[in-house]
Design a protein. Structure first.
Length: 405
C-alpha cells in the first residue's frame, strides 16, 4: 500500500518523507500511533521497476525555448533487468573500495588538471576509473557509498563528480542495468561537468549566487563538455548523452534544449537526479548542505516536474532514506553513522554507534542492525530518529572506519 498523504505535517512524524510504501506491520503500527487517518494512492501502490528499467528514451515532443531539435542518441532500447546480489560483506569490500576510491580520486584530479592546462581529454583514464568503481559496487554498493560520504575532500568540483558517479552506478545497479551500460553511465557522470574547466575559477568558487549573465555562462559548460568529448576517440552515445542532457528536466524546464519526458535518455535522467541530490547534500560556497532526508523530500516534491516520478521512487529505494555514510541520531539519543542498508526495510539500516547519549565518544564503536535489534536496553522502541545536521564534523566521520564488532 502506498501512503500518499498524512493528516498532519510529515515533518512532525518519524516518517522522513511524505509518500512511502507501507510494507510491514511495524510500519502500520507506527503510522497508527502518529495519525488518525491517511490517504493512499492506488496507482502508486502498483508501481514496479519494470516500466522504468525496460523503457527506452524515445523522442516524443519538440524542445521548448526555440532551441533546435537535437538528434537524440544514447537510448538503451528494451532490455531485461539484471538481478545483482551482494557477494562481499561491506566490512571486507570497504578495504578494497578504499584503494579503488583513492585511485579514482587521483585519476579524476589528473584528468581535470590536464584539461585546465590545455591538454585534451584522456578518456582512457576516465573509463578505467569507472570500471574500477562498477567492479566494487556490483559486489557491494554500500562500501563505495560509505567512502563517498565520509571521505574528507578539498574540492567540491572533482569530489562531486565522483560522488555523483557512485550514486548513479548504485542507482543503475538497482535498476538492473547491464554491466557495460553501468560502465558507460559511470564514465558519463564522471565527465558530465568537464566543460566547467573552461570557466573562470572565480565563477565556480563564487561565495554568492550568480547573476543572470553568470548563470548564462555557467550553462555553457554543457556545450563545452560535449565539444571536449567529441574531440577524443572512444566516446560512445551513452556517455555523450549523459554529458549533453543531464541538465534537462522532465517538464521541459531544463537546458540546453528544453527536452521533456521520454525525450531525455534514461542515463541522462539518472544523472540529473544524482547530480541534484549530491549537490544539495554537499557544502557549496553559496549554500549549506542539506540532510539526506531533506534532499529526498526535495526530489519527491519535484516528481513529474523536475524528474520522472517513477525514477525518483526507485532512486529512494536504491539509496535508502538514510543512505550509507549518513550521520544519524537514534531514538535513545545516541549518535552514529549508517554503515549498510537493509533493502527490505529502508527505515531500519545498520548503524555504527560512535557516541553515547551524553556525547561520550566510544573507544570501540559498535554496529547495531536495526532490522534485528528493535528495542533498547529499557525495552523502548529503537529506531533512527533523524539525520544529524553537521554530523560529518560533529562525529569526525573522516576518521571512522567500518571495523566495529
Amino acid at each position: 500500500m502506498y501512503v500518499a498523504e498524512l493528516d498532519r505535517p510529515w515533518i512532525e512524524t518519524p516518517f522522513p518523507l511524505q509518500g512511502f510504501h507501507l510494507r510491514t506491520r511495524e510500519e502500520l503500527q507506527q503510522l497508527q500511533h502518529w495519525c488518525r487517518h491517511v490517504y493512499i494512492d492506488l496507482q502508486l501502490g502498483k508501481v514496479s521497476l519494470e516500466p522504468v528499467a525496460r523503457t527506452a528514451a524515445e523522442p516524443s515532443a519538440k524542445p521548448a525555448g526555440g532551441a533546435q531539435q537535437p538528434r537524440i542518441r544514447g537510448g538503451l532500447g528494451k532490455f531485461t533487468p539484471v538481478k545483482y546480489s551482494i557477494t562481499q560483506p561491506v566490512k571486507q569490500e570497504v578495504v578494497a573500495a578504499t584503494l579503488y576510491h583513492r585511485e579514482i580520486t587521483r585519476a579524476v584530479i589528473h584528468l581535470l588538471n590536464d584539461l585546465r592546462s590545455g591538454k585534451g581529454l584522456n578518456l582512457r583514464v576516465a573509463r578505467k576509473a569507472a570500471a574500477v568503481m562498477v567492479h566494487s559496487i556490483l559486489r557491494n554498493p554500500d562500501a563505495m557509498v560509505w567512502l563517498a560520504r565520509i571521505k574528507d575532500v578539498d574540492s567540491y568540483g572533482y569530489a562531486h563528480s565522483i560522488r555523483a558517479s557512485i550514486l548513479a552506478t548504485v542507482f543503475g545497479r538497482h535498476l538492473g542495468l547491464p554491466k557495460d551500460v553501468l560502465e558507460n553511465l559511470a564514465t558519463g557522470v564522471l565527465l558530465m561537468d568537464v566543460g566547467k574547466t573552461r570557466l573562470p575559477r572565480s565563477m565556480l568558487n563564487s561565495p554568492a549566487p550568480l547573476d543572470d549573465a553568470g548563470w548564462a555562462e555557467m550553462h555553457r559548460h554543457v556545450n563545452y563538455g560535449v565539444e571536449l568529448l567529441q574531440h577524443c576517440g572512444g566516446v560512445n552515445d551513452q556517455m555523450l548523452a549523459v554529458v549533453q542532457y543531464h541538465h534537462e528536466r522532465h517538464d521541459g524546464s531544463g537546458y540546453p534544449f528544453g527536452l521533456s519526458g521520454s525525450q531525455i535518455p534514461l542515463l541522462a535522467r539518472i544523472a540529473g537526479i544524482v547530480d541534484s541530490y549530491d549537490a544539495v547534500t554537499s557544502e557549496r560556497p553559496w549554500a549549506p548542505a542539506r540532510t539526506a532526508t531533506e534532499a529526498v523530500s526535495m526530489l519527491y516534491e519535484q516528481r513529474d516536474t523536475g524528474f520522472q516520478a517513477a525514477l525518483v521512487e526507485q532512486f529512494i529505494q536504491a539509496i535508502g532514506v538514510y543512505p550509507t555514510g549518513t550521520a544519524v541520531e537514534l531514538s535513545t539519543g545516541q549518535l552514529g553513522v549508517v554503515v549498510a542498508q537493509n533493502p527490505s526495510r529502508r527505515l531500519r539500516p545498520q548503524v555504527m554507534v560512535v557516541s553515547e547519549t551524553d556525547g561520550t565518544r566510544l573507544e570501540r564503536p559498535r554496529i547495531i542492525d536495526l532490522l534485528t535489534v528493535q528495542q533498547d536496553a529499557d525495552g523502548q522502541p529503537l529506531a533512527v530518529a533523524g539525520c544529524l545536521r553537521g554530523g560529518r564534523e560533529r562525529l569526525d566521520l573522516a576518521s571512522v572506519q567500518i571495523n566495529a564488532a
